[in-house]
Design a protein around this ligand. Structure first.
Ligand SMILES: Cc1cc2nc3c(=O)[nH]c(=O)nc-3n(C[C@H](O)[C@H](O)[C@H](O)COP(=O)(O)OP(=O)(O)OC[C@H]3O[C@@H](n4cnc5c(N)ncnc54)[C@H](O)[C@@H]3O)c2cc1C
Length: 284
């Protein structure tokens, strides 16, 4: 199985591998009982803080009108310019408490701001964004099927910000982002903070802002957790526990969130899995 942390548990459950109670409630006969398939879902949750800026040109203006025409020409002439770049050009890793051994939050700086983030519509004036995410959230949710129709999406319950540690980390890291942007070096470019806006000062208001505006940054892991304990779904050789001939090789086996984006981890799991498959084949 290598269908990813959302589809792998879905396919296993549709095939009768999972929590017997859930499977029976949907009329699926149990092929193999593994109650923790679809549990232990962990993901990165991010908020976006936006500022209106001045005395500079941002992607908001570069991505429309005559500047966009110029960018297209530059791309065809020299293969350079905004059309050759991603949006998150600067990243930062910070500790929300200096006593911590390693950073616990990540910033994604974007030289653009969204009028509508969901539809990717940029503001019509210069703006910038800092995306803020906690690196190693404690909150856990689940991903389970809700029907026997393989084309129906599963139910995804992220349970974001359930843990107090996660709440505090996100609040402190957003406050730090505001402090960074208010430093003298930024002053000449700052027009105003648009989101959450300077009225947000108290911890509970920061938390409400996060709950209302935050979203996944698409790093789901853990729904077929690897481990040696009884609750693990796959063993240390990525074999599904108690069932011969089936390995899981994707983000769903990753037991704990990593301190950064997840693609490299999955590549590493895949490389390791290739070695394990070859080793087992040689022993046969
Ligand atoms: C919008 C977005 C942006 C991201 N940006 C970054 C980033 O900048 N950096 C980073 O490190 N990570 C990023 N990630 C996360 C990264 O892409 C994932 O962690 C990684 O791809 C997970 O790998 P996977 O193999 O577990 O799952 P996937 O990459 O999702 O692979 C699963 C594959 O299984 C296929 N599949 C599913 N069901 C079936 C089926 N029934 N039959 C056949 N095939 C099926 C899917 O089509 C898919 O190709 C991003 C993810 C998203 C969604």
């Amino acid at each position: 199985m290598a269908a990813g942390a959302i589809q792998t548990p879905q396919i296993l459950e549709l095939s009768g591998i999972g929590n017997p109670k859930l499977l029976q409630s949907l009329g699926i006969s149990v092929t193999h009982s593994l109650p923790n398939v679809g549990e232990n879902y962990i993901d990165h949750f991010a908020t976006r803080m936006n500022w209106r800026v001045k005395d500079t040109v941002t992607l908001n203006e570069m991505a429309r009108g005559w500047r966009l025409m110029l960018a297209v020409a530059e791309y065809y002439a020299r293969k350079t310019g905004i059309l050759t770049l991603g949006t998150g050009l600067v990243h930062g890793f910070v500790k929300t408490d200096p006593a911590m051994a390693t950073p616990d939050a990540q910033y994604f700086f974007v030289h653009a701001s969204y009028a509508n983030a969901a539809e990717r519509i940029l503001d019509r004036f210069p703006g910038m964004t800092i995306g803020v995410t906690q690196l190693r959230p404690e909150s856990m949710g689940s991903i389970h099927i809700r029907s026997t129709d393989p084309l129906a999406g599963p139910s995804i319950r992220p349970n974001f910000l359930d843990s107090e540690v996660d709440q505090t980390c996100l609040i402190r890291s957003m406050q730090m982002a505001r402090r960074i942007v208010s430093q003298p070096a930024m002053k000449q470019y700052l027009h105003s903070e648009m989101s959450p806006g300077i009225n947000v000062q108290k911890d509970e208001d920061w938390l409400s802002f996060a709950r209302e505006n935050g979203q996944t940054i698409y790093h789901p892991i853990g729904t077929c957790r690897m481990g040696e304990d009884d609750k693990a779904v796959v063993d240390l050789r990525l074999k599904l526990k108690g069932l011969a001939g089936l390995r899981v090789v994707d983000a769903s086996v990753v037991p704990q969130m990593v301190s950064g984006n997840t693609q490299a981890v999955v590549m590493m799991v895949a490389e390791k899995a290739a070695d394990l498959v070859l080793e087992d084949a040689r022993e046969r």
